[in-house]
Design a protein around this ligand. Structure first.
Ligand code: ADP
Ligand code: MG
Length: 688
């Protein structure tokens, strides 16, 4: 792969073709020429070093501004060249560029990079020398529409510097939006442009001017191979018979644990082991080919080197899916990769599909199928969980039992040698038991295809993702040298948002979001909220969290306050959050909810924050919440705070699919993530 940088002058030339305003300029090779050219361009001028090896010109003393005379230009030439030689003796110096000096203006950056998963990405934000410090940037994956560009401009924190701040006149927003759109066009139409930045673009009250350009080219053509993947038939995941190859009686062996979890499987179960006649009380077969009946699915736990032979036998036997739990493939380097390619080739010969290898396997609780070695099988429910980490599957399953959460499917995707995220997504999309999908993602290879598939799926079922690698260290590793103010993680976040995927930070958050979005009413239709509570302290915290996560607490209009006054104690707070006070009875909640339901045009969601006491038990509270939820089409979310005394209430709410959260901060945070996905509310605490 060859990579090279265009000179600033070449950069300006291309940008100008896309209507991006650039200064007049010319490259000179001698001090004498510099004087003449500067005079020709007209003073004042700016002079800068031209060298492919000097990326940050100012650092090399390679930028001189406000040159007002011919002699000044000659002197600047010598100063710049000798400074550059000192800075990097090996740098090849192509001359000095002389530019017309642009007026001072607001310095912005427009950059682009090619993300390894999602392709071309455009960034925009505050530029100049503060760019790394402020990190006030936003990004989009191409293609970008004019509306997207306008949204980008408005969503940076420093937008007031553009719209007019403290008496300063507004800048030319329309020119800026057009410049972003033009830059996107430039990036899209020039295949070879790998990354670039225009830093700064100076923005004025009228017009703008790019006063630097750094464009990196590559000769690598992006391969656009579109592989169509036919859907896996649903019955593949509903086998009538299962064989365990490597089944064992030895409790320390994986083949034991897998068999053990499959003992509850309602269909036929065949242990395969060439050293024993019986395994865990069932007749064992020396080879899968010895079984005198059809086998739909085979779980393989034998050592890696035996897997190709076993897969061959499974193919001959007509098995539709093999779940290869064994590790020691691609994740182990070259040899492992070769072995993996072999099993894929063998399986495809027979049309046999592969889950894994190097995975925990597949659990389909509604079918009583568990091919994993988890400690205890999870309950049946309506959440599908697809995970790139087996360890996380283990933990989540264990935790789900305590939390009383059930699954329609659990998949540890492993190396995705054959079946991958796309196939599993397509499966659970069609699976009638699944009402929400959670994915734990480390890395997606074909980001564009992923976005296509997941956008489709998210139209019918909520999709929630946890992406690892948000840490500075993680994104640092992914960052390259220019146009990379945003790490790869930010690109994932944008890809998710754009595809309708709600991204969350934590596993608990993922399940809460799944629960929240599984509800018939799904997404809130806006960001306006009311909070009702019987706990003053939590009222204050609720306001804090709402602000932090981008939820707008509405101001109650006087007529609503008047209505509430008619039955609430005189000293209620007369605001939102509505504090019903510690002695609030069931009736007080009921009356308040009636008023709010009647005025539900004012809000998009109602948070009910309750704590237990002797006046109102959790059951009564839950029943009133239920009544409120039934009397409005708007979303009702609650947080019943407290310990076991709240359990009965929580249970009632869960039975009616009303999301109930135990931690207040989480309640608002998860909703904030949903709102970000839906409305792009940039709240201060959402990504910190
Ligand atoms: P660097 O390689 O260090 O980013 P730049 O070309 O961006 O160098 O120049 C450094 C700074 O000098 C810019 O941020 C800008 O403020 C100023 N500058 C550069 N070119 C011009 C110009 N043509 N007119 C006015 N100011 C300029
Ligand atoms: Mg610059």
């Amino acid at each position: 792969m060859k990579e090279w940088m265009l000179s600033e002058a070449e950069g300006y030339e291309i940008l100008a073709k896309y209507d991006i305003p650039v200064p007049k300029c010319k490259i000179v090779k001698s001090a004498e020429e510099a004087g003449d050219v500067a005079e020709g361009i007209g003073f004042p001028v700016v002079m800068k070093i031209v060298s492919p090896q000097i990326v940050h010109k100012s650092d090399a003393g390679g930028v001189v501004t406000s040159i007002g005379t011919k002699e000044g230009a000659q002197a600047a030439f010598n100063r710049i060249v000798s400074g550059a030689k000192e800075y990097n003796p090996d740098a090849k110096i192509d001359g000095v560029i002389i530019e017309e000096q642009a007026d001072p203006g607001l310095e912005l950056i427009i950059g682009g990079k090619t993300d390894p998963s999602f392709g071309k990405v455009i960034t925009f934000g505050i530029g100049g020398t503060l760019v790394e410090l402020l990190k006030d940037v936003t990004l989009r994956i191409l293609p970008v529409t004019e509306d997207d560009a306008r949204q980008m401009v408005r969503e940076i924190n420093s937008y007031p510097l553009i719209s007019g701040y403290r008496g300063s006149k507004p800048k030319d927003e329309e020119t800026l939006v057009k410049a972003i759109v033009d830059v996107c066009r430039f990036f899209e139409e020039n295949e070879q442009v790998k990354e670039f930045d225009i830093n700064p673009l100076r923005l004025y009250e009228t017009g703008a001017c790019a006063v630097d350009s750094r464009i990196i080219m590559t000769d690598v053509k992006k391969k656009v191979e579109k592989i169509s993947r036919p859907d896996i038939p649903l019955e593949y995941f509903n086998p009538r018979s299962v064989a365990v190859i490597g089944a064992s009686d030895e409790p320390t062996k994986m083949g034991y644990a897998v068999m053990h979890n499959l003992l509850h499987f309602p269909g036929q179960l065949y242990p395969v082991n060439n050293k024993r006649d019986t395994i865990q009380g069932l007749k064992a077969y020396a080879s899968i080919t010895d079984i005198n009946a059809p086998v739909d699915l085979a779980v393989i736990t034998v050592p890696a080197m035996h897997v190709p032979k076993v897969v061959e036998e499974c193919g001959e036997k007509g098995v539709s899916i093999v779940v290869v739990i064994t590790a020691g493939f691609k994740e182990m380097g070259e040899n492992g990769k070769a072995l993996e390619d072999r099993i894929v080739a063998i399986a495809s010969k027979y049309g046999t599909r592969i889950v894994g290898p190097n995975c925990l396997g597949l659990i389909v609780p509604p079918r009583g199928l568990d091919t994993t070695y988890v400690h205890q099988s999870p309950k049946a429910g309506n959440i599908a969980f697809l995970s790139q980490s087996g360890a996380i599957v283990n933990t989540v399953v264990d935790w789900s039992l305590a939390e009383d959460i059930g699954f329609s499917a659990v998949v540890s995707v492993g190396n995705q040698s054959d079946l991958n995220f796309f196939d599993y997504l397509r499966w659970v999309e069609r699976d009638p038991h699944t009402s929400a999908i959670i994915m734990y993602i480390e890395e997606i290879n074909d980001g564009q295809a992923f976005m296509e598939v997941v956008s489709e799926v998210a139209k019918t079922k909520p999709v929630i993702a946890i992406k690892s690698g948000s840490s500075a260290r993680g994104s640092l590793a992914a960052a390259s040298h220019t146009g990379s103010l945003s790490g790869s993680y930010d690109v994932y976040m944008e890809a998710f948002r754009r595809s309708g995927v709600v991204s969350v930070h934590t596993l608990t958050g993922a399940f809460l979001a799944a629960e929240m979005l599984s509800h018939r009413k799904r997404y809130p239709v806006g960001t306006r909220a009311v909070v009702v509570t019987n706990a003053g302290g939590f009222a204050v915290l609720s306001s804090d969290y709402a602000e932090r996560y981008g939820i707008d607490l509405i101001t109650l209009p006087q007529d609503v306050i008047d209505e509430l006054n008619s039955f609430l104690p005189d000293f209620w707070n007369k605001g939102n959050p509505v504090d019903l006070l510690g002695d609030a009875s069931e009736r007080r909640f009921e009356q308040t909810f009636e008023v709010l339901a009647r005025h539900d045009d004012l809000w998009d969601m109602c948070f009910v924050v309750g704590f237990p006491n002797n006046i109102l038990n959790s059951e009564q509270m839950a029943n009133q919440i239920l009544k409120l939820s039934e009397s409005t089409e708007k979303r009702v979310i609650c947080s019943l705070l407290g310990g076991d005394s709240m359990n009965r209430g929580r249970k009632i709410l869960r039975q009616h699919s009303i999301p109930s959260f135990e931690e207040l901060d989480f309640t608002f945070r998860v909703m904030g993530r949903v709102l970000w996905q839906q409305f792009r509310v940039r709240a201060p605490g959402l990504f910190n």
